[in-house]
Design a protein around this ligand. Structure first.
Ligand code: A2P
Length: 292
């Protein structure tokens, strides 16, 4: 496993398991057991996924079986869009309780919009900035090791980072977790994170769960043949070589195993370029560009 060194001083595995849509305890247990066997040590959840509680139970049962301690795994969760502002402090405590832990490794503001407001409402900026203050407080109190954001565009990040902004952050975000795959190669965002000492994390690293068109691209299939890898492994490797942390979700044992087997080969600069060129600025999830 490779690690990313976050601006918070903490290390984060470059590849973790996404858990969106896994909501049954029995399935979560099987998936985590297999993932831990395969070497996964990072797990990504969110208040919105409704599975923090079963992840807490699962880890409590499984870690001792693997001779692992809490510190051996990295857990990410995210603030739900209806928990912004004053509700954020209690929401963080609720996540701690559900995950059965006294700290969260990484906690993100899930979206820059606030439930109940129009996406274009300027109040979104004011309220998400107040949520950030609660994340900073929880970080200082040791309840969260690293804090960050998700689905923030450069405009949203500028608001937190630029001198003179009324919403300037005291602690800069460690991570921005955004949709990232070969059809959405966010070069500008990658450069921005690099210049501002932040790390980019990519969700939906394989594109749409439904249409597998990225995995059908000739460029990807040819590289898969060349390296005796699967198309998904080529895509994940491309992301990791861009220093993007990836969290592919899978509940399927073969795919869980395949997705982590991406550290034993590397793509050449020309091959990286050939995948970069697939970009279509295509979002499968909601594009946050219209959020004020
Ligand atoms: P499954 O759980 O059946 O493996 P996300 O975009 O949230 O990361 O979800 C990834 C989607 O792609 C899931 O629907 C998952 O389904 C599927 N998937 C995960 N790994 C692979 C893979 N190696 N090849 C093809 N599909 C995959």
């Amino acid at each position: 496993m490779k690690f990313s060194y976050l601006n918070s001083g903490h290390e984060m595995p470059m590849l973790g398991l996404g858990t969106y849509k896994i909501t049954e305890k029995e399935e979560m247990f099987k998936v985590f057991k297999y993932a831990l066997e395969c070497g996964y040590r990072a797990f990504d959840t969110a208040q919105m996924y409704g599975n923090e509680e079963i992840i807490g139970e699962t880890l409590e049962e499984l870690l001792p079986k693997f001779n692992l301690k809490r510190a051996d795994v990295f857990i990410t969760s995210k603030l739900m869009t209806d928990q912004h502002g004053d509700k954020a402090a209690a929401a963080i405590d609720e996540t701690l309780r559900k995950l059965r832990t006294d700290y969260i490794d990484l906690f993100l503001i899930h979206w820059p919009y606030v439930d109940g407001l129009e996406r274009s409402d300027l109040k979104n900026g004011e309220i998400r900035a107040s949520s950030w203050k609660f994340l900073e407080k929880a970080c200082i109190a040791g309840k969260i090791k690293s804090i960050g954001v998700s689905n923030y565009t450069i405009k949203h990040l500028d608001e937190m980072l630029k001198d003179g902004s009324p919403y300037k952050a005291r602690i800069r975000p460690a991570i921005d977790q955004v949709e990232f795959h070969p059809y959405l190669y966010q070069k500008e965002m990658l450069d921005y994170c690099d210049e501002n000492g932040m790390t980019l994390e990519g969700y939906s690293p394989l594109g749409s769960p439904k249409s597998k068109d990225i995995l059908e691209e000739e460029v990807i299939k040819n590289l898969a043949k060349k390296y005796s890898k699967q198309p998904a492994q080529i895509v994940l490797r491309w992301e990791i070589q861009h220093d993007v942390i990836v969290i592919p979700k899978s509940a399927n044992p073969e795919r869980i195993k395949a997705n982590i087997e991406v550290f034993d080969f590397s793509l050449s600069p020309a091959e990286m370029e050939s995948i970069n060129a697939l970009n279509k600025n295509k979002h499968y999830a909601s594009d946050p560009v219209d959020i004020a």
